[in-house]
Structures are given as C-alpha cells and as structure tokens.
Design a protein around this ligand. Structure first.
Ligand code: G5P
Ligand code: MG
Length: 281
C-alpha cells in the first residue's frame, strides 16, 4: 500500500502486549518505518558497553606535531567492529585531549541504560527523548510508527513540541496473559524480530528465520523484573493514555490474542489512511 502523505503514529501497551509483533505487521502492510525505543536502547547498550556481541578494538595512536603553546597533541583513533553487525560497521573517531573522558562517558551511559532496563525501571526522560528525537530527525520527513516511546507524560510533551501525531494505537492486554508470554520470548537483537516458543516459534529453535543468527532471551524477561515493568507501566505510562485520550487521538484495541486484535488494527489503519487521503485531495 502506498502511503498518501507522511503518517506519524505511536503504538502503546503494557510490556509484552504485542507492540513489537503488531508493529511488524503494520510495517509490512502499510510501509511505515518502525522505531522501537527498546530496540534502540539495546543496540546502544551493545555498541557502548560491548556486551552481548564480540567487539574487536584496534587502537591506533599517532603523534602529531602541534605548534600551539601546550605542546604535542596525542591523536588517538579507536576503531570498533562488532562481529554481530558486520553489515553495519561502526567507526568512531574520537579526538581527545587530556584522556579518554568522552569514551568513558559513552560507556557509562550504556551501563546506566542497561541497569535501568535490567531493574525494570524507565531510562531517564532526558536521555530517552534526546535519543528518539534524534532518530526521528534522521528519517527526514518519512512516515513512522513509534513503539515504546513516549512512556511518560514528559516524553509525550517533548514529542509534541516537534511533531503532531495522526493516531495512537493502544493494545489493552490483561497482565496475566502477558506474564506467560514473556518467559517464552526469544529475540533477534540486531533486527528486533521476536519469537515465542508457543505462539510464533522460529523455524530452527534458537535461530533467526531470516539471518540464521542466534536468538537471545532478554534479561528483563525474568518474572520478578516483568512484575516491576508492569508496575512502572501502571504508574508512569498509563497517564500517557489519558494525555492522548484528551487530545482525541487514542484508539484502544482489547483482547488476549494478537491474531484476533490485528484484523481490527488493520481495518482501523486502512480507514484512517483513506480519511487522511480525502483531506489531502
Ligand atoms: P521495550 O523493549 O519497549 P516493553 O516492556 O515495552 O519493552 P516488550 O517487552 O518489547 O515491551 P511488546 O513489544 O509489547 O513487549 O511485545 P512483543 O515482543 O510483540 O510480544 C511479547 C511476546 O509475546 C513475544 O514472544 C511474542 O511472540 C508473544 N506474543 C505476541 N502475541 C501473542 C499472542 O497472541 N499469544 C502468545 N501466546 N504470544 C504472543 O522496553 C524495554 C525497557 O527499555 C526501557 C525500559 O527500561 C523498558 O522496561 N525503555 C524506556 N525507558 C524510558 N522511556 C522509554 N520511552 C523507554 N522505552 C524503553
Ligand atoms: Mg517490544
């Protein structure tokens, strides 16, 4: 389906409600770009802390003669190539004077994100908003579907300053259903593709269907962490639903099975797109 004009949408719902699964179907059917805050955080953690993927580091030091009063300047170039992201080799050039402060800060930010996620807590609003708004800027006018952001009223307000949303899809799935699902989830970290040993198992157990790369179980899917994530959803994210309801953009879909919820989401989005088209004509 060809998109008529830029569409900006958000998908919300408790942890494990199927946001990633439904987003995959929306992306396939309607061609919006899927931006998952959790996937972005996990990719940042991998890149910055070197965890969960092998990192080869080559330090090339070159002494450069400098004519300033302070004397010679040490030019330190660090090249990191993550084995699991061979097709997306990241090259960081850090020009440092007086130590490795910049790299150290990046690593500490990665550890902060990891520690929040592992404890089932939210990453601070300012870090999160900067991260996501940067990514949205990079899309440069294309249509997108935000999954997992905003998660607090403060994040919703930060998004509002820059973009007007066309719709907010809310997946309303009972907490009891969610707890069972998350313990059997397997994720392909580089792409964010999710599997479930009961609902949508991979063709080869433990490996991604498309790339054949290994799947991981998320650390935050432990039962006690899931309980904390659900609590934080109730206290910090549910007020965001009210925020969007009052703006008239919230559309809620309730149920316990994604396959039953999805056809309603699909029809809703088809109608939404054709009403936007009519307004454009
Ligand atoms: P994430 O990564 O955004 P959550 O907690 O919002 O994590 P999660 O866990 O990714 O959400 P989901 O995307 O809603 O869940 O659900 P999913 O992955 O599609 O489905 C869950 C499982 O159920 C899968 O195995 C799927 O196959 C299966 N499934 C789907 N439908 C069905 C069904 O009908 N039946 C069955 N049996 N199974 C099904 O965020 C992670 C952390 O990052 C931080 C926070 O610390 C957060 O906890 N974070 C942020 N912090 C601050 N601000 C933000 N904006 C942040 N965003 C992320
Ligand atoms: Mg998800």
């Amino acid at each position: 389906m060809v998109l008529p004009r830029v569409i900006r949408a958000v998908i919300m719902g408790p942890p494990g409600s199927g946001k990633g699964t439904v987003s995959g179907r929306i992306t396939k059917t309607f061609g919006l770009k899927h931006i998952s805050s959790g996937d972005i955080l996990r990719a940042n953690i991998n890149a910055q802390t070197g965890q969960r993927c092998q990192v080869y580091t080559a330090n090339i030091c070159a002494r450069v003669t400098w004519t300033l009063e302070e004397g010679p300047l040490l030019l330190n170039i660090t090249l990191d190539v993550a084995e699991s992201c061979k097709d997306k080799i990241a090259v960081n050039f850090c020009f440092m004077k007086g130590g490795v402060t910049h790299l150290k800060e990046k690593k500490e930010l990665g550890l902060l994100m990891k520690s929040c996620i592992d404890q089932g807590q939210l990453v601070p609003d300012d870090v999160m908003s900067r991260l996501i708004l940067n990514d949205l800027r990079a899309i440069d006018g294309g249509s997108w579907l935000l999954d997992g952001f905003p998660r607090t009223v403060s994040q919703a307000e930060a998004l509002d300053v820059v973009y007007t949303l066309d719709t907010v899809i809310n997946l309303n799935v009972p907490f009891q259903t969610i707890k069972q699902r998350l313990t059997s989830r397997w994720t392909h970290l580089p792409s964010g593709r999710v599997y479930n040993t009961d609902f949508n198992p991979p063709k080869v157990p433990g490996f991604d269907d498309d790339t054949g790369e290994p799947l991981f179980q998320r650390d935050d899917d432990k039962p006690e962490t899931v309980t904390r994530r659900l609590k934080s959803y109730e206290t910090q994210t549910e007020p965001v639903l009210e925020y969007y309801r009052s703006k008239g953009v919230l559309e809620t879909f309730s149920g316990t099975e994604t396959n039953k919820i999805w056809p309603h989401v699909e029809v809703f989005l088809q109608r939404k797109l054709s009403s936007i088209n009519q307004k454009v004509e």
